[in-house]
Design a protein around this ligand. Structure first.
Ligand SMILES: NCCC[C@H](NC(=O)CCC(=O)O)C(=O)O
Ligand SMILES: NC(=O)OP(=O)(O)O
Length: 317
């Protein structure tokens, strides 16, 4: 594996999951692989899980890990070619990416979408600029349109908790006070389409995601119908994709509650976190026995460690 910025970079999901499980059972099995290697984590946005689990994964592999919060600590970066830099942007991505490539063997980047410029967001403007000018592998720590490391942890979690060969997995939109990105649902959908699951997406009318991503996945506008016989409920808010970046519904009846969960086949509840209590999901569900959000977050370390392992192994060849 050269880069990991999209679920599309996974060519063999089964073998990747075998590696993730092997690493989870013996986290230090590749502890020499990263000796004398450095990963640089560049954050344009906040993080708890991704920052700490990626650092932990790197350290488990013997790597050094350096982190820069570009939103408040680094120089403001200019991304436009040919820009006359007479404003507040102090450094161009061309120099920044090449310089960081000299310090790091892998560069990992978190860069959320603008949610105002759809074209730029879909082009993964920031991550692709790093891909263009960096000379080392690049990993997404959640880009504008995908969060692939989250999706690897999610499918591992589903495999660990499923009680039947082909579980029913429901991705449900839920209300939120802020306009949120499409990255988590997009990568989750791509991952479900690669997996042996009965997959259903449910959201209010008008909240359709990019049809190039949802493809022929089942979409229901009736959340109660979607929840019938579900084995996993994966809740997530996203802002409107067609009316790009806008909040066009905050309908509280879409919150995941005990009553809604009672429609399912005793489903497990999943969310990538952070989650707004009593907006997305009620306290009772999140604190209940069927909530697996904490072990889901734990799996972020092993998912990331497997991706780093594959990149380091490829670099060695
Ligand atoms: N990395 C996990 C999710 C990150 C982001 N959530 C958020 O920004 C939530 C912020 C808040 O609740 O204020 C998202 O939805 O893509
Ligand atoms: N799930 C996730 O990516 O969490 P953070 O935003 O805290 O990294």
């Amino acid at each position: 594996m050269k880069h990991f910025t999209t679920v599309n970079h996974i060519d063999d999901l089964d073998s990747l999951l075998l590696l993730v499980k092997q690493i989870k059972s013996d986290p230090y099995s590749y502890k020499e692989l990263g000796t004398n290697k450095t990963i640089g984590l560049l954050f344009f946005n906040p993080s708890l899980r991704t920052r700490l689990s990626t650092q932990k994964a790197a350290v488990n592999l013997g790597m050094n890990c350096i982190t820069l919060n570009l939103n408040n600590e680094g120089w403001s970066l200019e991304f436009e070619d040919g820009a006359v830099m007479d404003g507040n942007k102090a450094e161009h991505i061309k120099e920044a990416a090449q310089v960081v490539s000299q310090y790091c063997d892998i560069i990992a980047i978190r860069s959320f979408p603008t949610l105002t410029d759809k074209e730029k967001d879909e082009a993964e403007h920031v991550i692709h600029s790093f891909l263009q000018y960096a000379t080392v592998p690049v990993i997404s720590l959640e880009g504008a349109s995908e969060h692939p490391l989250q999706a690897v942890a999610d499918i591992l979690t589903i495999q660990e908790y499923k009680t039947k060969q082909k579980p029913k997995v429901v991705l449900t939109w839920a209300p939120h006070p802020k306009a949120l990105p499409h990255a988590v649902p997009n990568s989750f959908i791509k991952m479900m389409q690669k997996s042996n699951v009965d997959f259903v997406i449910t959201h209010p009318k008008g909240y359709e995601l990019n049809p190039d991503i949802t493809k022929n996945s089942t979409i229901l506008y009736d959340q109660d119908e979607a929840f019938q016989n579900a084995d996993f409920i994966y809740a997530k808010n996203w802002s409107n994709y067609n009316d790009y970046g806008k909040i066009t519904s905050q309908d509280p009846s879409w919150m995941v509650t005990t009553e809604k969960m009672a429609l399912t086949n005793n489903a497990k509840f999943m969310h990538c976190l952070p989650v707004r209590r009593n907006q997305i999901v009620s306290d009772a569900v999140l604190d209940g026995d069927n909530s697996i959000v904490i072990p889901q977050a734990n799996n972020r370390t092993y998912a990331t460690q497997a991706i780093l392992t594959k990149i380091l192994q490829d670099e060695d060849h």
